[in-house]
Write a protein that binds this ligand. Structure first.
Ligand SMILES: *[C@@H]1O[C@H](CO)[C@@H](O)[C@H](O)[C@H]1NC(C)=O
Ligand SMILES: *[C@@H]1O[C@H](CO)[C@@H](O)[C@H](O)[C@H]1NC(C)=O
Ligand SMILES: *[C@@H]1O[C@H](CO)[C@@H](O)[C@H](O)[C@H]1NC(C)=O
Ligand SMILES: *[C@@H]1O[C@H](CO)[C@@H](O)[C@H](O)[C@H]1NC(C)=O
Ligand SMILES: *[C@@H]1O[C@H](CO)[C@@H](O)[C@H](O)[C@H]1NC(C)=O
Ligand SMILES: *[C@@H]1O[C@H](CO)[C@@H](O)[C@H](O)[C@H]1NC(C)=O
Ligand SMILES: CC(=O)N[C@H]1CO[C@H](CO)[C@@H](O)[C@@H]1O
Length: 824
C-alpha cells in the first residue's frame, strides 16, 4: 500500500540532510581516520554522563579540550534509561543528547559506545534487571527475546541521535559508534550461539544506517565492516583483523577501579604516556583514555559485587573534576607533541630499526613531502640508554620511555621526563556553622519483618535479584519454626548458605549476627542461637552491594540465599533443614518505602533526640542539616566513623558508603617505580585506611543555604564524626629541565601565596621533600616569587639566561619549585 506519510517524512528527511552542508564524511584506512578528506589521529577520553551531573559537564568537557582531546567517549546506560520496560528516562544527568550537544559546542567529537551491554563496573553491566526476568530470555546470545529488546533499545538511541542530527553524517559530533562490548573476551562458552549473536549484532548495527563507522572492541573475529579495537594497559602489539582497519585503542586504562576493601590504584603519568606513545609509534590511529573522568557511582549504580561509590580511576580529571596533576598536564603535552606529526603519521610508510634488544627507532617518512617524524623507544625496565643517531643527534632515553623526535632530529617529548606540576589536594572543614552537626535519629521500622510478616510467601529460598528486580538492595527472608517439649532449645546453630553479598540474622526479634565475604561472593553464616518453646521466627535480611557486571553468563550468577540451604543444627548435629519451609518475603526497607531519605517525607519517621545511646545502632536513620560551603571548591562528606549504608543530600543519593571497610595494609610502599609493566596492584596507596572515606556531594545537589543530610546506617556507626568538607588545592610542585617552561597553577580561584622551595641548579627529592643539590642559583626563590606570588598561574623559563647566569645553557640544570595556594 502506498504510504503518503512515510513519503512525506522521507522528503523532509532528505531536505533536512541537504540543509546540513556541514555534514562530516567519516571514513578510514589503516593509517588514519579520514574526516572530510582530512587524515586524522584522534585523542579521546571516557566521561560517562551519569557519573557526574549535568551542571558539571561543561567544565569537564572544557578541561578535556584543554587537555588536548579531540573526542569524548561514553557508553549508553540502558538500565538508567529504561528502568521499567518501555518506560524511559532521559532527564537530568541521563540527558545524553544534551551531553553530546555540549561536546559539539566545545568543538569536540563523540565516540558513542551503545553496548548496550557496557560492563563499566556498573550495576549489572548496564542491563536492566527486568530483562533477566523475561520468560525464555538468555542475555548476550542468539536468543530472540533478548535480541528484540537489544534491537528496540539500540534503535531508540540511534533514532534519538538522528532526530537531534548528532551523527557526523548529519553534521553532528558522533564520529564512531560501538555495538556490544568486549564480547570476544567471554565468547567461547557461548559456543556457536555466540558466533551467531555477534554476526547478528553486526548486521543489526549496520541496518541502522548511521553514516559513521561501527566498532567492536576486543572482538578479534569482528564481522566486516565492524572495526575490531583493543582494550588494555598496552595495545601497541595489537593488529586489527582487517588490514584496512585503523588501529584503535578504545580503552587505555589510566588507572583502575576500586572495590570495598581495596587500596587506591595508581598508574603513573610516565607509564600511561609510555603506553600511548608506543601505540602511536606502532601505527595507532585513535587512543581513548578509560577513564578521562571516572566520577561517582551515585545511588545504587555501582557494579559488583563490591565496587565502591567513587569511580575516580586515577583518571586525568579526578572524581570531583579537578586536574589530576601531573597526569593531566603530562598527557596534554604528549598530545601536542604527537599532533606535530599528525600529517606525516597518517600518510607515511613506517620503518622500525632495532638499535638494541630494547631500543627501537621508528621512522615515519612521507615520500612526497620528505617530512619525517620519529619515535625512539627504550623498553628496558631498568637500564637507561644514550642513543647516537649521528647527524640526527644524540639522545638520552630513560628506561621504559619513548622519545618523540619532530623531524626525527629534535626531541619534543619524552614519556619519562615529566615537566608538569604536581598538585596536592587537602580536604578541610571550613564553615563554622558546620563545625558541630546536630543529629536526630530514627530506628528503621522493623516490627513487621521481625515478626515474620512479609508481602508474599513461597516454599523455597528465592534468588534475590529476580525477586527484588533490583528495586532495593534489601530482601527479607522470614520463616517460623515450631518447637515442642521434646526439642532442645539451647546450643543451636543457625547455618545459612548464601550467594551474597551481606547477611544479617535475627531470631525471635533479636539480632544474632551479620556476615559478608571479603570479595562479595558466597559464604556461610553460622551463629549460635536459642529457641523458645512454641513458635520461633527467623528473620534474615540479605543485602546486595552492586550486581555483577562481567564474565560469561555473569547475568545468571545468583545473589541472596537462593536455595540456601538453611539449617538449624542442634546437639549431636541433629539438623533441621528449613530450606523448603514456608518463607515469607518482603522487598526493601520500610524506611525506603516511606522515603525517609527525602526531606519532604522524612517527617514520616519517628525522629528522636541524639545522645550517646544513638551511636553504634544497627538499622538506623540519621538526619542533620548543614550549610553550603562557600566558594567553588568541590564538596565532600567525610563519613569516617560510619559503618555501611547509603547517604542522601536534599533527597538525592550520593551513593552507598562503607568506610568501616578497611583496605589491607600490606602492599603500599613509599616509592612507586613507573618502570616495568603496570598491573593494578602496582603502586597502590592508602593501605590500612578506609577504602572510601570521602563521598562527593555535587554542588548542584546543594541549596544556596541549608541542606538536609540523611544517612541510613546498616551495621552501626558514629555520626558525630561526620563532617562536610571542601577539596582544596594546597601545595603545588613543579620540576622542569633546562630549555623548558615551568607552568604552575592553582585552581578554583586560588592564588599562589608562598614559594616554599625554589632551586635552579641540580635539586633532588620530590614534591614535599625537595632538597638543594650540589649547586644552585642563590636567588632562585626571589626570581620565582617575582613571577608567581599573587597569581592564579605563572610560567617560568627554565634557562641559565632567565636565572641571570649568562647564555651558557647548562644541560643538566633543572628548576624545582614548591608553592602554596590559598584563598587570598
Ligand atoms: C567520503 O569520503 C570517501 C573517501 O574518503 C569518498 O570515497 C566518498 O565518496 C565520500 N562520501 C561522501 C558522501 O562524500
Ligand atoms: C625488533 O625486535 C622485535 C622484538 O624485540 C621484533 O618483533 C621486531 O620484528 C624487530 N624489528 C625489526 C625491524 O627487526
Ligand atoms: C551448651 O554447650 C556448652 C559447651 O559448648 C555447655 O557447656 C553447656 O552446658 C551447653 N548447654 C546446654 C543447655 O546444653
Ligand atoms: C558435628 O559436625 C562437625 C562438623 O561437621 C564436626 O566437627 C563435629 O565433630 C560433629 N559433632 C558431633 C557431636 O557429631
Ligand atoms: C596490618 O593489618 C593487620 C591486620 O589487618 C594488623 O594485624 C597489623 O598490625 C597491621 N600492621 C600495621 C603496620 O598497621
Ligand atoms: C652546570 O652543572 C654542573 C653540574 O652538573 C655544575 O657543576 C656547574 O657549576 C654548572 N654550571 C653553571 C654555569 O652553573
Ligand atoms: C650549593 C649551593 O650553591 N647552595 C646554595 C643554594 O641557594 C641557597 C640560597 O637559596 C644558598 O643558601 C645555598 O648555599
Amino acid at each position: 500500500m502506498f504510504n503518503i506519510r512515510s513519503l512525506v517524512l522521507s522528503l523532509v528527511a532528505s531536505l533536512a540532510c541537504l540543509s546540513f552542508s556541514t555534514a562530516d564524511n567519516v571514513t578510514y584506512d589503516s593509517n588514519a581516520l579520514i574526516i572530510n578528506g582530512e587524515r586524522r589521529i584522534i585523542f579521546s577520553g571516557s566521561i560517562h554522563y551519569p557519573r557526574s551531573t549535568d551542571a558539571m559537564w561543561p567544565d569537564l568537557i572544557q578541561k578535556a579540550k584543554d587537555g588536548g582531546l579531540d573526542a569524548i567517549e561514553t557508553y549508553i546506560f540502558w538500565d538508567r534509561h529504561e528502568p521499567q520496560r518501555r518506560k524511559y528516562d532521559f532527564s537530568g544527568n541521563l540527558d545524553f543528547i544534551k551531553f553530546f550537544q555540549l561536546i559539539q559546542d566545545a568543538g569536540l567529537y563523540v565516540v558513542m559506545r551503545i553496548g548496550p551491554y557496557v560492563c563499566a563496573e556498573w550495576n549489572y553491566g548496564g542491563f536492566p534487571v527486568w530483562l533477566h526476568n523475561m520468560p525464555g530470555i538468555q542475555l548476550r546470545t542468539d536468543n530472540q527475546i533478548y535480541k528484540n529488546e537489544m534491537q528496540t533499545f539500540t534503535t531508540k538511541i540511534v533514532n534519538m541521535c538522528k532526530a537531534a542530527n548528532l551523527f557526523a553524517s548529519q553534521g553532528g559530533p558522533i564520529i564512531i559508534a560501538q555495538i556490544e562490548n568486549e564480547y570476544g573476551n567471554v565468547m567461547t562458552p557461548y559456543g556457536d550461539a555466540g558466533k551467531a549473536y555477534i554476526n547478528w549484532c553486526a548486521q543489526m548495527a549496520e541496518s541502522l544506517n548511521i553514516g559513521v563507522p561501527w566498532i567492536m572492541c576486543q572482538q578479534s573475529d569482528a564481522p566486516q565492516p565492524m572495526i575490531n579495537t583493543c582494550n588494555g594497559f598496552y595495545c601497541d602489539n595489537f593488529t586489527p583483523n582487517n588490514p584496512k582497519s585503523p588501529k584503535m585503542f578504545t580503552e587505555n586504562w589510566v588507572g583502575w577501579f576500586k572495590k570495598w576493601g581495596d587500596k587506591d590504584p595508581h598508574r603513573t603519568a610516565e607509564d600511561v604516556a609510555f603506553s600511548v606513545a608506543k601505540f602511536f609509534q606502532f601505527g595507532g590511529v585513535l587512543n581513548n583514555y578509560y577513564m578521562y573522568h571516572g566520577g561517582t557511582n551515585f545511588g545504587r549504580t555501582s557494579g559488583g559485587p563490591f565496587i565502591t561509590t567513587s569511580y575516580d580511576y586515577d583518571a586525568p580529571l579526578d572524581e570531583y573534576g579537578n586536574l589530576n596533576q601531573p597526569k593531566w598536564g603530562h598527557l596534554r603535552q604528549l598530545h601536542a607533541s604527537i599532533k606535530l606529526g599528525e600529517k606525516i603519521l597518517t600518510s607515511s610508510t613506517r620503518s622500525d630499526r632495532n638499535i638494541s634488544s630494547s631500543v627501537t627507532l621508528t621512522t615515519f617518512s612521507n615520500p612526497t613531502t620528505g617530512g619525517r617524524f620519529c619515535f625512539l623507544s627504550n623498553t628496558d625496565a631498568s637500564n637507561d640508554a644514550t642513543i647516537d643517531l649521528q647527524t640526527d643527534g644524540k639522545y638520552f632515553v630513560p628506561a621504559w620511555s619513548v622519545t618523540i623526535l619532530d623531524g626525527c632530529n629534535k626531541e619534543v617529548y619524552n614519556t619519562a621526563k615529566v615537566n608538569t606540576q604536581t598538585s596536592v589536594f587537602v580536604k578541610e572543614q571550613n564553615e563554622k556553622e558546620n563545625a558541630q552537626l546536630s543529629w536526630v535519629w530514627a530506628p528503621e521500622p522493623m516490627r513487621d519483618t521481625l515478626q515474620g510478616i512479609g508481602k508474599f510467601k513461597a516454599n523455597l529460598l528465592l534468588e534475590q535479584k529476580a525477586t527484588t528486580v533490583d528495586f532495593s538492595d534489601y530482601l527479607w527472608y522470614m520463616t517460623n519454626v515450631e518447637t515442642d517439649q521434646t526439642s532442645s532449645l539451647y546450643n543451636i546453630t543457625l547455618h545459612v548458605n548464601t550467594k551474597g553479598h551481606v547477611l544479617h540474622a535475627f531470631v525471635n526479634k533479636r539480632y544474632v549476627g551479620s556476615q559478608w565475604a571479603t570479595n562479595g561472593q558466597s559464604f556461610v553464616l553460622e551463629k549460635p542461637i536459642s529457641l523458645k518453646s512454641g513458635t520461633n521466627t527467623i528473620t534474615l535480611l540479605s543485602a546486595t552491594v552492586g550486581l555483577k557486571n562481567y564474565d560469561a553468563f555473569y547475568d545468571t550468577v545468583p545473589t541472596g540465599i537462593d536455595g540456601g540451604p538453611v539449617y538449624l543444627i542442634g546437639s549431636g548435629n541433629a539438623t533441621t533443614d528449613l530450606s523448603s519451609n514456608l518463607w515469607s518475603y518482603k522487598v526493601g526497607l520500610n524506611g525506603e518505602m516511606k522515603r525517609l531519605y527525602n526531606p519532604t517525607f522524612s517527617s514520616r519517621g519517628k525522629w528522636r533526640t541524639f545522645d550517646q545511646a544513638s551511636i553504634g545502632r544497627r538499622m538506623t536513620w540519621y538526619k542533620t542539616s548543614f550549610k553550603t560551603p562557600s566558594g567553588v571548591d568541590p564538596v565532600v562528606l567525610d563519613l569516617q566513623g560510619m559503618g555501611k549504608g547509603q547517604a542522601w543530600v536534599n533527597g538525592q543519593s550520593i551513593g552507598r558508603f562503607w568506610p568501616s571497610f578497611i583496605a589491607g595494609n600490606d602492599s603500599c610502599s613509599e616509592t612507586c617505580d613507573y618502570r616495568g609493566a603496570y598491573n593494578p596492584s602496582k603502586c597502590v596507596e592508602n593501605c590500612g585506611n578506609p577504602s572510601q572515606r570521602w563521598y562527593h556531594i555535587p554542588r548542584s545537589f546543594l541549596s544556596s543555604d541549608t541542606n538536609t543530610l540523611i544517612l541510613f546506617e546498616e551495621i552501626g556507626g558514629n555520626p558525630e564524626q561526620v563532617s562536610v568538607q571542601t577539596v582544596t588545592i594546597q601545595t603545588i610542585c613543579g620540576h622542569a629541565n633546562e630549555g623548558s617552561t615551568l607552568e604552575l597553577s592553582c585552581q578554583g580561584g586560588h592564588i599562589i601565596s608562598e614559594i616554599q622551595f625554589a632551586s635552579y641548579g641540580n635539586p633532588g627529592g620530590k614534591c614535599g621533600s625537595f632538597t638543594q643539590g650540589l649547586w644552585n642559583v642563590s636567588n632562585s626563590i626571589l626570581l620565582v616569587e617575582r613571577a608567581c606570588i599573587g597569581m592564579e598561574s605563572c610560567s617560568i623559563d627554565v634557562s641559565a639566561k632567565s636565572f641571570g647566569i649568562g647564555d651558557a645553557t647548562n644541560l643538566s640544570a633543572r628548576l624545582a619549585v614548591q608553592a602554596l595556594c590559598s584563598n587570598d
